[in-house]
Design a protein around this ligand. Sequence first.
Ligand code: FAD
Ligand code: DLZ
Ligand code: SF4
Length: 525
Amino acid sequence: MVSGHDQPRRLVLILGDQLTPSNAALRAADPARDVVLMAEVADGADYIPHHKKKIAFVFSAMRHFASELEALGWTVDYVRLDDPDNTRSIVGETARAAARYGCAATVVTTPGEWRLLKALQDSELASRGALEVLEDDRFICSKAEFEDWRARRKSPRMEHFYRAMRRKTGLLMAGDKPVGGRWNFDSENRKPPKRGLQFTGPLRFTPDATTVEVLGLVVERFPARFGDLEPFWFGVTRGAAEAAFAHFLASALPRFGDYQDAMLRDERFLYHAVISLYLNVGLLDPLDLCRRAETAYRAGRFPLNAAEGFIRQIVGWREYVRGIYWGEMPGYVGRNFLAHDRPLPDFFWSGDTEMACLRACIDQTREEAYAHHIQRLMVTGNFAMLAGIDPKAVHEWYLAVYADAYEWVELPNTLGMSQFADGGLLASKPYAASGNYINKMSDYCKSCRFDVKQKTGPDACPFNYLYWDFLDRHHDKLGGNPRLGQPYLTWRRMDEVRRRATRHDAAVFLAALDAPAKTKSPAAA
Ligand code: FAD
Ligand code: DLZ
Ligand code: SF4
């Protein structure tokens, strides 16, 4: 029998979002023989103007993971961004390292991004059969399983997929039935914020020497990028990510269910986990988190709606959007059902707008590289859709500004769920709302120069007239949507004077958006 040592040495490429010791490429390799390659590349950091905190997080977590692998006995070749021989691309660094170590073959776990998978598949290594791409099995549902599930449905919906995943994993199941007799407690997860809600916030970490070095690199190499680099408080190791999750279980999950849609200006993280950045790079395992949440629920530590709400986000939404992404790419990124073509307003980068809700969410995004789901969906996303912004520009903004943004999860959420650019594949109706929703779910309107109660006129909340104008503009495409029957009926019954004023105010507002920009976007910097 040939021992592992007698086989030719292989290169194991580990990407910045594959920081899991048990990932498929590492399982397929031999630490006594093979070499791990990790590379900080300018192309990865430049093709989208990532937030400074996101770049620092990814590079520092990569450097810590390299040390973790070395401690496990792996030989790691780590190419830093400032290495003078760095070729700027993953493909270039892979070819260079394969030649350096005389590796006959390279093995990699499928990247989370179609663009990079394609670049690897088109590479010279692949053309001579020297590249093996393995399935990323850190997910609960494989691509093939998702496609099989989808092929059996006329119109796939997350809720049905979620039930299949509950059955598959046994999470919150009592035999073949959902615990508590219902699959979904979403209707109990929409409480408006009440006065005095407080949350200590996510666990914060002090940068160690490695992180401090990376922060210096980011200051030097990416000075003009969007986003505040400091205070930098993200964890960058598996241990820190674990501690952050344990903190969430103890301090926030009990109220997560009730208030997960609430937005408060001074409580940016209100009962949210702030773990997506750790999950998406592989520092946490999705199924493990769900099992721990279930165990804590069964121990009576929090109510069912909290546990179910959390588990649904992970085994439901997170897995579902991934299935949609891989099933729909590469065409998905170009979908534009509503034919929106307005450029992204510059205030998305500067926060310089009189609309208090947008200002709060954008300022928070700049400072934290974080906003929670409803801020992303119902404030910035809702506004972009109502204002007719080009969905590709909206997608590129979200991919840049959030520390947890990787295309497989960001694109379906942005283009599909928030912009309805896929025509209803992901969401059965557009997530469009007037100021009334934002006022009910937040405290932003109290400090706004606009009046949320006024429907038209110079002081009226722009969401109010933009909402009706959006429905009116898209009547041909949305008028037949059964879930929009009621709003269209209300619009038709509105008196003609108000309808005319609504269209007029929307036209004036949108024309002002199109006026020449004052601020240069970091994308152009
Ligand atoms: P919590 O609200 O505490 O939820 C717990 C976990 O559930 C999250 O960490 C996340 O892993 C998962 N989750 C919740 N909702 C979703 C969802 N819709 N899709 C996938 N996973 C979900 N999430 C990302 O991870 N990366 C993105 O780039 C991203 N872009 C988004 C863009 C838009 C326009 C919208 C509307 C949502 C986006 N989301 C994205 C989903 C969601 O907003 C974030 O997962 C969540 O805000 C992360 O914060 P948290 O860890 O505090 O999550
Ligand atoms: C986000 C990111 C950045 C900014 N830089 C790198 C990098 O230099 N090297 C790397 O391997 N990964 C990086 N990442 C994470 C990538 O987005 C991710 O590895 C690929 O796009 C595959 O999903
Ligand atoms: Fe936003 Fe309108 Fe409320 Fe102002 S009044 S914060 S623009 S919803």
